[in-house]
Design a protein around this ligand. Sequence first.
Ligand SMILES: *[C@@H]1O[C@H](CO)[C@@H](O)[C@H](O)[C@H]1NC(C)=O
Ligand SMILES: *[C@@H]1O[C@H](CO)[C@@H](O)[C@H](O)[C@H]1NC(C)=O
Ligand SMILES: *[C@@H]1O[C@H](CO)[C@@H](O)[C@H](O)[C@H]1NC(C)=O
Ligand SMILES: *[C@@H]1O[C@H](CO)[C@@H](O)[C@H](O)[C@H]1NC(C)=O
Ligand SMILES: *[C@@H]1O[C@H](CO)[C@@H](O)[C@H](O)[C@H]1NC(C)=O
Length: 663
Amino acid sequence: MSFALATTLLASLLIAAAEAVSITDIQGVSFQSPYAGLFVDDIVGIVSAKDRYGFWLSGEPAEDLRASHGIRVYGRNIANSVTIGDMVSLSGKVTEYRNPSRQDDLFLTEIEQPTHIRVISSDKLLSPVVLGEDRIPPTGAYTPLDIGPDGWLSVPNNLTLNEAANATLQPDKYGLDFWESLEGQLVTIKSPVAASFPDRFGSFWVYGTWPVSGKNSRGGLSLAFGSDSLPYAHSEAILIGHPLDSTRNPRVSVGVALSDITGVLTYQYGFYTILPLTTSSIVSVPQTKVTPAPIPSSGDPCELSIGDYNVENMAPRSRHIPRIADHIANHLNAPDIVFVQEIQDDSGSRDDGTVSANRTLSALVKAIAEAGDGVHYEFVNIPPIDNMDGGKPGSNIRVAYLYARLSTPSVIRANPANMVIRWRPEKVSLLPGSPIGTAIQGTEAILDKHGYITLSLNPGRIEPWSFAWEETRKPLAAAWQTTTGERFFTVNVHFSSKRDSSSAHGDARPPVNGHSERRTQQVNVTASFIESILAKDANASIILAGDMNEFVQTRSVFRPLSGLLTDINELSGVDPVERYTYVYDQRSQEIDHIFVSDAIGRRGTEVEHVHVNTWAASVSERASDHDPTVAKVRVCDSATVQGDVELQDPALLVQDTTTQIPL
Ligand SMILES: *[C@@H]1O[C@H](CO)[C@@H](O)[C@H](O)[C@H]1NC(C)=O
Ligand SMILES: *[C@@H]1O[C@H](CO)[C@@H](O)[C@H](O)[C@H]1NC(C)=O
Ligand SMILES: *[C@@H]1O[C@H](CO)[C@@H](O)[C@H](O)[C@H]1NC(C)=O
Ligand SMILES: *[C@@H]1O[C@H](CO)[C@@H](O)[C@H](O)[C@H]1NC(C)=O
Ligand SMILES: *[C@@H]1O[C@H](CO)[C@@H](O)[C@H](O)[C@H]1NC(C)=O
């Protein structure tokens, strides 16, 4: 560009800037302001809200709803010079701000270095934009930039930066565009419902009286597929930040209904956020009692109940052991096998070289026996090499199996003369004949001397040396038998977490799904192992379960499993919006899964996610951040069993074991 041309351009910009501009001119119809970097005079608006760092102005609305008529005015010690309801004029520099330490944040358009703040008149009334009436948030994608077969969950991600694209807003279609078009405005949400617990700053997600996607029976928003076969983005939900008058937000949980919220829409810490003028109050709270899952252990040797529970960093003296034990004993009805994750070693998070978790697991098993009908569990796990499996340093978290053995006698009816006691029969045992593996050995599917499949190490880890498991938990595979000698196989996993993910309201589009490549590799290694069993017997009964730290809607991660195993929710016909075990941001989501082989699928399944934690009244009242799940599967056909073995009818068992106990 020639010097002359540059000077002319600069001159014309300065002329433009010297003219009075409206707030809608400044906001423009794109993500970034056409005036960014320029000083503007005579900006006029009504003060809609204030905080320690400035205030918000509301100007004349434009016909074009894409251009917001609200804006943030930033400057220390300026808030005292105005009162809410004042009409003021001021000069200042239009700035696209983002916290320098948060490079994935979107920019907030604001007026910095304000000068000539002049109160023109006072006591002006402002009517907020009523969300759901005046403006309705779209329920579709966040932005047209989230391209790929899995929508906002697609890989590769971070293909485009939203701010670099600086697209013209399409607020009727896209969530980020919608909220951006309201940036700086005063808005009201009538009858908001909380979709999350508060975060550590007291902020929480809500939706209002507008249409939402994936609403579950609790009132949360579940991640599921929309009619376009893409995962819901839930861009219609919005974060409620700290009230501007320094009151405190109510302590909400999922499904809590609140009184109307009025506040200014801003962007901070990675999210579009409404800063309420004042706190709201709780209108109604959903029932926190969770009914036990209707899946008891059965007397049929082929029919097994399977539990799955991430017990959140459990150590021998963890205070949450009795509650977890109560969940397993009474809400899951003491499943025949429980897949547990996040068992810490015997010294908890002390980094002292301890790797055994015998005391942790014994403490859990003892608590379960005390909590319920006295079911006694055996446990099995393989201690990792010290500090090689990720998690909190020194805690050596690992996966483990609990499996029910003979129960201790439990009183089911008592009178002074005698007591009826019940013994629970043993349902499963580890297939004998192979040694238990070590941290560095990988187990393989082999044929035993009779030509039946077994594992070379039982239980054993799957390719523990694979780079897929570097610094993370290794899966534990096991071969089992029923009391009738039928074999089945299980794999208990805890895949890498989503840490380092970017915000769904962030600059990277599609957003970064932290460590999704790792999880894809981990699914691949796991799937290859399962494939090796199915290659020997296409009718093998296989159950894969655990904390997979991923949604099935991220299809790319689970692709290696397709054609091998099926999600038990699908087989059991669970309503897609009721499939969740975790709440994060605005979403109720399933990251703990159970997949089964065709042989099991064909025999019919049941599953229930038991919401003992996602339905808690507060974060501190949860026993774990995950909900447990319990399923019913059949690992053999009763027909094959009936011929040679006496069926263990539960009713008969009670009679058979009725014992007189002298008092
Ligand atoms: C963003 O788009 C607006 C409207 O087209 C334009 O005026 C502005 O200069 C753009 N900003 C950047 C940084 O691209
Ligand atoms: C996305 O990619 C850009 C480079 O194009 C990089 O600077 C940025 O850090 C990435 N964002 C995230 C969240 O990883
Ligand atoms: C833990 O228990 C297993 C099985 O009972 C036993 O073989 C092992 O020696 C125990 N480890 C420790 C450190 O006590
Ligand atoms: C698998 O089991 C089904 C039903 O029991 C049977 O019809 C089929 O032949 C079996 N397939 C194989 C490969 O054994
Ligand atoms: C795992 O990945 C390898 C290498 O890309 C591929 O050959 C193999 O088929 C994959 N296994 C499964 C079960 O998808």
